[in-house]
Write a new protein. Structure first.
Length: 376
């Protein structure tokens, strides 16, 4: 049985059996599938503290039902943030699964846009929402949860860099959700191999960036999303793939996605290793700080550590001297960004993000042939 939010149930026929505990705590049928929820039912739903349940066989039917009412659920002040996050996460997981099964599906893409906008609205409304969304992701297979988590991290970083800019955040969130869509063309035996990959298998895995770019380009996604799918494994020092881009050659959206992707990968359980702690993940990235955007990493420090003294200590202990001050200043700026207020002076990536919104500017896709760099 799965607990559901009572506030997600509205007047009208329900396509699932709804259960509730009786006075002895035993689950009994409250309303049968195919029967209408009445005003009397609604009154009981609003005044019970014991919760309501659906069977596992009815979960997909409930997600369909909730998806159609998602806007009302998100805007209802009486529904807890954790319940809103749970419903949204369930819908997001199904959307990612559908995308991987059929990347060119117009319906799945529309659902993805709606999911990302819901993530954005939840995160902008409450800092609690992101924590709840991540907690539900920890229960899911990595393939699904990584796309969801990367989307959320892109949104969180985008908010820290440019505030509540809906257009920028929606593009970032959508790019994060589609980031690994190219893996739908990778042999699952390689994708889920628990042992170390051979050089040939690693080369196949790395092609997901090219495949992903081709998929989103074919369905007409905006340039920033194309850049995320193709370039989220590029590194500022030129050590990344598939094109070996350096510095400003890498789209600002791809720089944000790169850190989102790596940080979630490090802090999630994988087939071949257990998750790292948040501090260990930050330290791992800091050891290769020359490969990542300093402004974005500073924003990540603010999101994860949330304390100026902790961030200062982390920078002193783990960031090389030549990068330390810039990372610390970026974290302070990220901490000062408040929704609805004028943005403080920012760095190059913030300016680039705002330019994309204001002028529709973009970075063209790289013309270099795909290259296989050294592993790292």
């Amino acid at each position: 049985m799965t607990t559901i939010a009572a506030g997600s149930i509205e007047l009208g026929t329900i396509p699932f059996n709804l259960y509730a505990p009786d006075h002895k705590g035993r689950l009994v049928l409250f309303c049968k599938a195919g029967y209408p929820i009445t005003e009397k039912h609604i009154g009981v739903l609003k005044n019970r503290d014991r919760g309501f349940y659906i069977g596992g066989d009815d979960y997909e039917a409930y997600l369909d039902y909730a998806h159609k009412r998602l806007d009302n659920i998100i805007s209802d002040p009486e529904i807890r943030i954790s319940d809103k996050a749970n419903i949204t996460h369930g819908i997001a997981k199904r959307t990612v699964r559908n995308l991987l099964d059929n990347p060119a599906s117009a319906v799945s893409l529309q659902e993805s846009e709606r999911v990302v906008d819901t993530f954005r609205d939840l995160i902008l409304f409450s800092t609690e929402a992101a924590s709840n969304l991540f907690s539900f992701s920890s229960l899911d297979p990595y393939t699904f949860s990584h796309s969801i988590n990367t989307s959320i991290f892109c949104l969180l970083l985008g908010e820290k860099l440019v505030g509540a800019e809906d257009e920028v955040l929606s593009l970032l969130g959508m790019g994060g959700l589609l980031l690994d869509i190219g893996k739908s063309k990778i042999d699952p035996r390689i994708l889920f191999k628990p042992a170390k990959l051979t050089d040939r298998e690693l080369e196949q895995i790395r092609k997901h960036t090219i495949y992903g770019y081709e998929i989103v380009n074919e369905i007409g996604m905006p340039e920033p999303i194309l850049a995320i799918c193709r370039s989220h494994h590029e590194r500022l020092d030129g050590s990344g793939y598939p094109d070996g881009l350096k510095g400003d050659e890498i789209h600002p959206f791809a720089r944000i996605a790169a850190i989102s992707d790596v940080y979630d990968a490090l802090t999630s359980d994988r087939i071949y290793r257990k998750q790292s702690s948040h501090l260990h993940a930050l330290t791992t990235i800091a050891k290769e700080i020359q490969a990542y955007d300093l402004e974005v990493f500073g924003a990540l420090l603010d999101i994860v550590l949330r304390n100026d003294q902790l961030i200062s200590t982390f920078c002193d202990q783990h960031i090389p001297r030549g990068f330390r001050q810039e990372v610390y200043e970026a974290s302070k700026r990220a901490a000062s960004v408040k929704n609805g207020e004028e943005l403080p002076d920012g760095g190059k990536i913030t300016a680039a993000l705002l330019a994309i919104k204001q002028e529709g500017s973009s970075v063209p896709p790289p013309e270099k042939p795909a290259a296989r760099p050294t592993q790292g």
